[in-house]
Design a binder for this molecule. Structure first.
Ligand code: SAH
Length: 268
Protein backbone atom coordinates (compact mmCIF):
# COMPACT_ATOMS: atom_id res chain seq x y z
CA UNK A 1 0.00 0.00 0.00
CA UNK A 2 1.26 3.49 -0.83
CA UNK A 3 1.95 6.09 1.87
CA UNK A 4 -1.04 8.08 3.03
CA UNK A 5 -0.14 11.74 3.35
CA UNK A 6 -2.07 14.14 5.56
CA UNK A 7 -4.77 16.11 3.74
CA UNK A 8 -4.15 19.86 3.91
CA UNK A 9 -7.03 22.30 4.29
CA UNK A 10 -5.78 25.56 2.81
CA UNK A 11 -7.32 29.03 3.12
CA UNK A 12 -7.09 30.85 -0.20
CA UNK A 13 -8.00 34.27 1.20
CA UNK A 14 -10.70 36.54 -0.22
CA UNK A 15 -9.56 36.82 -3.84
CA UNK A 16 -6.29 38.50 -4.81
CA UNK A 17 -3.68 35.68 -4.97
CA UNK A 18 -1.17 38.05 -3.34
CA UNK A 19 -3.13 37.52 -0.13
CA UNK A 20 -2.21 33.82 0.03
CA UNK A 21 0.19 32.84 2.78
CA UNK A 22 3.65 31.52 1.90
CA UNK A 23 2.64 28.29 3.61
CA UNK A 24 -0.44 28.00 1.38
CA UNK A 25 1.70 28.45 -1.74
CA UNK A 26 4.09 25.73 -0.55
CA UNK A 27 1.19 23.33 0.03
CA UNK A 28 -0.25 24.08 -3.43
CA UNK A 29 3.12 23.42 -5.04
CA UNK A 30 3.31 20.00 -3.38
CA UNK A 31 -0.27 18.91 -4.12
CA UNK A 32 -1.10 16.25 -6.70
CA UNK A 33 -4.86 16.66 -6.23
CA UNK A 34 -6.57 19.97 -5.41
CA UNK A 35 -10.26 20.19 -4.48
CA UNK A 36 -11.39 23.77 -5.03
CA UNK A 37 -14.41 25.74 -3.80
CA UNK A 38 -16.06 28.13 -6.21
CA UNK A 39 -15.26 31.20 -4.13
CA UNK A 40 -11.54 30.65 -4.72
CA UNK A 41 -10.09 33.12 -7.20
CA UNK A 42 -8.87 31.27 -10.32
CA UNK A 43 -5.56 33.20 -10.07
CA UNK A 44 -4.70 31.20 -6.95
CA UNK A 45 -4.48 28.04 -9.06
CA UNK A 46 -1.38 29.34 -10.80
CA UNK A 47 0.57 27.94 -7.85
CA UNK A 48 -0.51 24.35 -8.52
CA UNK A 49 1.74 21.94 -10.43
CA UNK A 50 1.04 21.58 -14.12
CA UNK A 51 0.39 17.90 -13.51
CA UNK A 52 -1.92 18.35 -10.53
CA UNK A 53 -5.52 17.25 -10.87
CA UNK A 54 -7.76 20.22 -10.03
CA UNK A 55 -11.33 19.28 -9.09
CA UNK A 56 -13.95 22.03 -8.67
CA UNK A 57 -16.43 21.22 -5.94
CA UNK A 58 -18.58 24.37 -5.72
CA UNK A 59 -20.74 24.89 -2.67
CA UNK A 60 -22.33 28.27 -3.42
CA UNK A 61 -25.66 29.03 -1.63
CA UNK A 62 -28.79 28.61 -3.78
CA UNK A 63 -26.77 27.17 -6.69
CA UNK A 64 -26.17 23.61 -7.73
CA UNK A 65 -23.45 22.35 -5.46
CA UNK A 66 -21.53 19.23 -4.65
CA UNK A 67 -22.96 17.44 -1.60
CA UNK A 68 -20.65 17.73 1.40
CA UNK A 69 -20.49 13.93 1.90
CA UNK A 70 -19.28 13.53 -1.67
CA UNK A 71 -16.41 15.95 -0.94
CA UNK A 72 -15.55 13.97 2.20
CA UNK A 73 -15.49 10.69 0.29
CA UNK A 74 -13.42 12.14 -2.52
CA UNK A 75 -10.78 13.52 -0.12
CA UNK A 76 -10.56 10.20 1.69
CA UNK A 77 -10.37 8.16 -1.53
CA UNK A 78 -7.67 10.36 -3.08
CA UNK A 79 -5.59 10.39 0.12
CA UNK A 80 -5.83 6.60 0.40
CA UNK A 81 -4.59 6.29 -3.19
CA UNK A 82 -1.42 8.04 -2.05
CA UNK A 83 -2.21 11.46 -3.52
CA UNK A 84 -1.10 14.66 -1.79
CA UNK A 85 -4.50 16.27 -1.36
CA UNK A 86 -5.09 19.97 -0.81
CA UNK A 87 -8.60 21.14 -0.02
CA UNK A 88 -8.60 24.79 -1.11
CA UNK A 89 -11.26 27.03 0.39
CA UNK A 90 -12.08 30.72 0.08
CA UNK A 91 -11.00 32.94 2.97
CA UNK A 92 -10.22 30.83 6.02
CA UNK A 93 -11.24 27.15 6.10
CA UNK A 94 -12.61 27.46 9.65
CA UNK A 95 -14.72 30.58 9.14
CA UNK A 96 -18.04 29.51 7.60
CA UNK A 97 -16.04 27.07 5.53
CA UNK A 98 -17.18 23.70 6.92
CA UNK A 99 -13.52 23.00 7.66
CA UNK A 100 -14.44 21.47 11.00
CA UNK A 101 -16.75 18.94 9.37
CA UNK A 102 -14.09 18.04 6.81
CA UNK A 103 -11.47 17.55 9.54
CA UNK A 104 -13.84 15.23 11.41
CA UNK A 105 -14.60 13.17 8.29
CA UNK A 106 -10.90 12.77 7.48
CA UNK A 107 -9.92 11.83 11.02
CA UNK A 108 -12.78 9.33 11.22
CA UNK A 109 -11.29 7.71 8.11
CA UNK A 110 -7.91 7.58 9.85
CA UNK A 111 -6.35 10.35 7.79
CA UNK A 112 -4.35 13.14 9.37
CA UNK A 113 -5.25 16.74 8.63
CA UNK A 114 -3.19 19.91 8.46
CA UNK A 115 -4.86 23.31 8.39
CA UNK A 116 -3.34 26.41 6.83
CA UNK A 117 -5.36 29.48 7.75
CA UNK A 118 -6.32 32.15 5.26
CA UNK A 119 -7.41 35.77 5.46
CA UNK A 120 -11.15 35.71 6.01
CA UNK A 121 -13.43 37.93 3.92
CA UNK A 122 -15.06 39.32 7.06
CA UNK A 123 -11.82 41.03 8.06
CA UNK A 124 -10.26 41.59 4.63
CA UNK A 125 -13.33 43.15 2.97
CA UNK A 126 -13.87 45.85 5.62
CA UNK A 127 -10.12 46.51 5.77
CA UNK A 128 -10.05 47.09 2.01
CA UNK A 129 -12.17 50.21 2.49
CA UNK A 130 -10.47 51.31 5.71
CA UNK A 131 -12.85 49.85 8.30
CA UNK A 132 -10.95 48.81 11.45
CA UNK A 133 -13.49 46.26 12.73
CA UNK A 134 -12.33 46.35 16.34
CA UNK A 135 -11.36 50.03 16.63
CA UNK A 136 -11.30 50.33 20.39
CA UNK A 137 -12.53 53.91 20.23
CA UNK A 138 -15.97 52.67 19.14
CA UNK A 139 -16.37 49.01 20.00
CA UNK A 140 -15.26 46.21 22.30
CA UNK A 141 -15.09 43.64 19.55
CA UNK A 142 -16.57 42.09 16.47
CA UNK A 143 -19.07 39.31 15.88
CA UNK A 144 -18.76 37.24 12.71
CA UNK A 145 -22.25 35.94 11.92
CA UNK A 146 -24.01 34.20 9.09
CA UNK A 147 -27.12 35.61 7.46
CA UNK A 148 -27.87 32.28 5.86
CA UNK A 149 -30.05 29.95 7.83
CA UNK A 150 -29.77 26.39 6.63
CA UNK A 151 -32.25 23.62 7.26
CA UNK A 152 -32.21 22.53 10.87
CA UNK A 153 -30.12 25.49 12.09
CA UNK A 154 -31.31 28.41 14.20
CA UNK A 155 -30.86 32.00 12.99
CA UNK A 156 -28.48 34.21 14.99
CA UNK A 157 -30.04 35.99 17.99
CA UNK A 158 -30.27 39.37 16.25
CA UNK A 159 -31.79 41.10 19.30
CA UNK A 160 -28.83 40.03 21.46
CA UNK A 161 -26.41 41.12 18.75
CA UNK A 162 -28.21 44.49 18.44
CA UNK A 163 -27.69 45.05 22.16
CA UNK A 164 -24.10 43.75 22.23
CA UNK A 165 -22.32 46.91 21.10
CA UNK A 166 -20.12 44.70 18.91
CA UNK A 167 -19.34 45.44 15.27
CA UNK A 168 -21.43 43.01 13.23
CA UNK A 169 -19.81 41.38 10.22
CA UNK A 170 -22.38 39.37 8.29
CA UNK A 171 -21.44 36.68 5.82
CA UNK A 172 -24.00 35.34 3.31
CA UNK A 173 -26.40 38.10 4.34
CA UNK A 174 -27.52 39.59 1.02
CA UNK A 175 -30.50 37.29 0.35
CA UNK A 176 -32.12 37.95 3.74
CA UNK A 177 -30.93 41.48 4.36
CA UNK A 178 -34.37 43.06 4.90
CA UNK A 179 -35.24 40.44 7.56
CA UNK A 180 -31.89 40.93 9.28
CA UNK A 181 -32.23 44.73 9.34
CA UNK A 182 -35.81 44.48 10.66
CA UNK A 183 -34.68 42.09 13.41
CA UNK A 184 -31.80 44.38 14.45
CA UNK A 185 -34.07 47.45 14.56
CA UNK A 186 -36.70 45.46 16.52
CA UNK A 187 -33.87 44.50 18.87
CA UNK A 188 -33.23 48.19 19.58
CA UNK A 189 -30.37 49.04 17.22
CA UNK A 190 -30.37 52.69 16.09
CA UNK A 191 -31.63 52.98 12.51
CA UNK A 192 -28.85 55.51 11.83
CA UNK A 193 -26.04 53.08 12.75
CA UNK A 194 -23.39 53.26 9.99
CA UNK A 195 -23.33 50.25 7.68
CA UNK A 196 -21.32 49.10 4.68
CA UNK A 197 -21.59 46.45 1.99
CA UNK A 198 -18.45 45.25 0.24
CA UNK A 199 -18.97 43.02 -2.76
CA UNK A 200 -16.28 40.78 -4.29
CA UNK A 201 -13.59 42.28 -2.07
CA UNK A 202 -10.01 41.99 -3.27
CA UNK A 203 -11.05 41.16 -6.83
CA UNK A 204 -11.10 43.48 -9.87
CA UNK A 205 -14.93 43.51 -9.52
CA UNK A 206 -14.86 44.92 -5.97
CA UNK A 207 -17.59 47.46 -5.19
CA UNK A 208 -18.83 48.93 -1.95
CA UNK A 209 -21.38 51.30 -0.50
CA UNK A 210 -21.58 52.96 2.88
CA UNK A 211 -25.04 53.84 4.24
CA UNK A 212 -27.02 53.35 7.43
CA UNK A 213 -28.70 50.32 8.98
CA UNK A 214 -32.16 51.49 7.85
CA UNK A 215 -31.11 52.16 4.27
CA UNK A 216 -29.06 48.97 3.80
CA UNK A 217 -31.66 46.88 1.92
CA UNK A 218 -32.59 49.69 -0.50
CA UNK A 219 -28.94 50.55 -1.08
CA UNK A 220 -28.10 46.95 -1.95
CA UNK A 221 -31.07 46.64 -4.33
CA UNK A 222 -30.54 50.01 -6.00
CA UNK A 223 -26.81 49.49 -6.46
CA UNK A 224 -27.19 45.86 -7.56
CA UNK A 225 -24.73 44.59 -4.95
CA UNK A 226 -24.83 40.81 -5.11
CA UNK A 227 -23.30 37.81 -3.37
CA UNK A 228 -20.52 37.29 -2.40
CA UNK A 229 -20.69 40.35 -0.19
CA UNK A 230 -19.80 41.23 3.37
CA UNK A 231 -22.12 43.49 5.38
CA UNK A 232 -20.61 45.50 8.25
CA UNK A 233 -22.76 47.29 10.79
CA UNK A 234 -21.41 49.49 13.57
CA UNK A 235 -19.82 52.80 14.41
CA UNK A 236 -16.44 51.62 13.07
CA UNK A 237 -17.92 52.04 9.57
CA UNK A 238 -17.81 55.80 10.06
CA UNK A 239 -14.03 55.54 9.86
CA UNK A 240 -14.42 54.28 6.29
CA UNK A 241 -16.74 57.13 5.44
CA UNK A 242 -14.06 59.45 6.75
CA UNK A 243 -11.47 57.85 4.49
CA UNK A 244 -13.53 57.41 1.36
CA UNK A 245 -15.66 60.55 1.51
CA UNK A 246 -19.29 61.34 0.83
CA UNK A 247 -19.36 59.47 -2.49
CA UNK A 248 -19.73 56.31 -0.48
CA UNK A 249 -22.98 57.58 0.91
CA UNK A 250 -25.65 57.88 -1.79
CA UNK A 251 -28.50 58.66 0.59
CA UNK A 252 -26.50 61.33 2.42
CA UNK A 253 -27.67 59.91 5.73
CA UNK A 254 -24.19 59.37 7.10
CA UNK A 255 -22.06 62.48 7.28
CA UNK A 256 -18.39 61.68 6.66
CA UNK A 257 -16.26 62.63 9.63
CA UNK A 258 -13.18 64.81 9.09
CA UNK A 259 -10.77 62.18 10.44
CA UNK A 260 -10.90 58.47 11.08
CA UNK A 261 -10.43 59.06 14.80
CA UNK A 262 -13.42 61.38 14.85
CA UNK A 263 -15.32 58.91 12.72
CA UNK A 264 -16.51 56.85 15.67
CA UNK A 265 -19.63 58.22 17.25
CA UNK A 266 -20.43 60.92 14.67
CA UNK A 267 -23.94 59.53 14.57
CA UNK A 268 -26.67 61.82 15.87
N1 SAH B 1 -14.46 30.79 4.48
C1 SAH B 1 -14.84 32.06 3.86
C2 SAH B 1 -16.32 32.34 3.98
C3 SAH B 1 -17.20 31.37 3.19
S1 SAH B 1 -18.90 31.74 3.36
C4 SAH B 1 -14.00 33.17 4.50
O1 SAH B 1 -13.35 32.94 5.52
O2 SAH B 1 -13.99 34.28 3.96
C5 SAH B 1 -19.18 32.63 1.86
C6 SAH B 1 -19.44 34.10 2.17
O3 SAH B 1 -18.20 34.76 2.45
C7 SAH B 1 -20.02 34.89 1.02
O4 SAH B 1 -21.41 34.73 0.91
C8 SAH B 1 -19.65 36.29 1.42
O5 SAH B 1 -20.49 36.75 2.45
C9 SAH B 1 -18.27 36.10 2.01
N2 SAH B 1 -17.20 36.31 1.02
C10 SAH B 1 -16.30 35.43 0.59
N3 SAH B 1 -15.42 36.00 -0.25
C11 SAH B 1 -15.79 37.30 -0.36
C12 SAH B 1 -15.27 38.42 -1.07
N4 SAH B 1 -14.20 38.31 -1.86
N5 SAH B 1 -15.90 39.60 -0.94
C13 SAH B 1 -16.98 39.73 -0.14
N6 SAH B 1 -17.51 38.71 0.55
C14 SAH B 1 -16.92 37.51 0.45
Amino acid sequence: MSDVFPVTLVGAGPGDPDLLTVKAIRALRRATVVLVDDLVDPGVLRYTRRTARVIHVGKRGHCKSTPQVFIHRLMVAEAKRGERVVRLKGGDPFVFGRGGEECDALREAGIEVEVIGGITAGIAAPASIGIPVTDRRCTRGVALVTGHVGEGSEPPDWAALAASGLTLVIYMGIARLQDIVDALIDGGMDRATPAAVISRAHTPQQRHRVCTLATLPDTVTREGLASPSIVVIGDVVAAAAAMTGAAACPDGALKPAPTAAAGCGTRR
